[in-house]
Structures are given as C-alpha cells and as structure tokens.
Design a protein around this ligand. Structure first.
Ligand code: SAM
Length: 248
C-alpha cells in the first residue's frame, strides 16, 4: 500500500536534516515540493535525485489528483515545503486530507518547526500555547486581530515578516499594553540566531534601536494574560470587549 510521507526539512541549518528524512526522500518515487527551485538546492546538497512536482497554495487541488493517481499505482510520495514542517503556515492540508479520505496512509517525519524551536528556548510559558500563524498585513486589521486576543491566557505565537516586525510590535504594545511580557526569536538555527524578551515596549525599543534586529525570520511570542479567577472579565478584557462592541 503506497504512502504519503510528510517530511520536515531544516529551517536554516542543514545539519537538522534527519537521517530518516534523507532515506525517505531518496526512496520515494516523487517529491511534492512547494517551490521546486528552492527545494532543488536542498536536494542537490544531499545528492538526492528524486523527481519533484510543485504543490503550492495555487495548484494544490489540481495536483492532488495527480498525486492520488500515483499512489493508486503504488508509488510512495513525499511532501516537503520550503522550510520546516509542511502544513504549518505552509501548503499541504488539502492534500493530506484528500489522500487520507482516498484511503492511503499518511506518515509524518517530524523535524524542524520554527514555532516549536522558538517556544522551547525563549523562556515563555510553554505548557499551554496557541499558534495564530501570520498576523494580518494591514495595520488596522492587525490591531483588531491582536486586540481580540488580548485576554487570552495561553502563550500566543505568531510568524512575522521582517518588513512588518516594527509595526507589528507597535500594534502589540497598543493591544496588549506596554508591560505585557513578550519574546522574539530571530534567525533560529542560523548564524545570527537571537532571542529578545521583556516587556512589549522594551522589546520594541531594542528592535527599533538596532537595524540588524529587523533582519531575517521571526517568531513572535506573547505571554498569556494572567488568570483572573474572581471575575468573569478582567479590566483589559472589558476594555477590549467595549472596543469590539463599538465596531459592530
Ligand atoms: N513550515 C514552517 C515551520 O515549520 O516553521 C514555517 C513556514 S512559514 C511560510 C515561514 C515563517 O516561519 C517565517 O516568516 C518565520 O516567521 C518563521 N520561520 C521560519 N524559519 C525561521 C527561522 N529560522 N527563525 C525564525 N523564524 C523562522
């Protein structure tokens, strides 16, 4: 019975490629990659010559038919993305669901994931967390998005682009308050890996003060609001609720 392997690849440091991932990528009939040129560099580094097809957000539904036909012929297939774990702010969800409902096995090969790498080394509470993907690109939408999360008790995690990191941090100060503890993890597993943590306003000031801190790839983390047992809503949540109700 043919298998679709969902294979994590490095997020910067090629030493994070696992022996199992290398073996599977070598042995499958086809690799479905988000960007075949990008993944071509990774595969040629490891001297893997398996053919690739592109599966990205814009053609996932068309390509899934081809992939299911290949599986029906008995060919194993591996899904990879540009970096890290497929499906995590990356394509693959539609494909995995369809392949499963067509009755095939889907096997994960775990490895790098920027949000997990960030969480396990930043010093923010890691017992309960919510990953919210990329915040909206437009400022007003982003403020609303953050404001709606201000009362959340779990650690909040986001991916953010270097072009928006300053604006996003400013919006975090607005929505969560200057004192909310936050952390950023930059360039994980790479040469300039950096962690900055502290009150939201302090972290913003540090990133504003040093242009190098605005480069590369980022994971943003916001500690959850303190648990309030004695009232239904804490003052900040009531404030947020008022703002949201005004917008309705
Ligand atoms: N699938 C990937 C994963 O498992 O982490 C994430 C893909 S998403 C399109 C890319 C975003 O992940 C980047 O914009 C950044 O926010 C985050 N990211 C990826 N690699 C990173 C790294 N080395 N350091 C920090 N953040 C990273």
């Amino acid at each position: 019975e043919a298998v679709l392997y969902v294979v994590a690849t490095p997020i910067g440091n090629l030493e994070d490629m696992t022996p199992r991932a290398l073996r599977v990528l070598e042995s499958v009939a086809l690799i479905a990659a988000e960007d075949t040129r990008h993944s071509g560099r990774l595969l040629s580094h490891f001297n893997i010559k398996t053919p690739m097809i592109a599966v990205h957000d814009h053609n996932e539904r068309q390509q899934q038919q081809k992939i299911i036909e290949k599986l029906q012929r008995g060919d194993d297939i591996a899904l990879i993305s540009d970096a890290g774990t497929p499906l995590i702010s990356d394509p693959g969800f539609v494909l995995v669901r369809e392949v499963r409902s067509a009755g095939f096995r889907v096997v994960p090969l775990p490895g790098c994931c920027a949000l997990i790498a960030a969480l396990c080394a930043s010093g923010v509470p890691s017992d309960r967390f919510a990953f919210e993907g990329f915040p909206p690109a437009k400022s007003q939408q982003r403020v609303n998005f953050y404001t709606a999360l201000a009362a959340e008790n779990r650690t909040l995690m986001f991916y953010e682009s270097p072009h928006r990191i300053i604006d996003s941090l400013k919006d975090i100060v607005t929505a969560f308050g200057a004192d909310r503890p936050i952390a950023i993890a930059r360039e994980l597993t790479k040469t300039f890996e950096t962690f900055i943590s502290g009150a939201a306003a302090e972290v913003l000031a540090k990133v504003e003060a040093d242009p190098n801190q605005r480069k590369g790839e980022f994971v943003l983390m916001i500690e959850g609001a303190p648990q309030q047992d004695d009232s239904l809503l804490d003052p900040r949540s009531s404030e947020v609720l008022d703002i949201l109700l005004e917008e309705l």
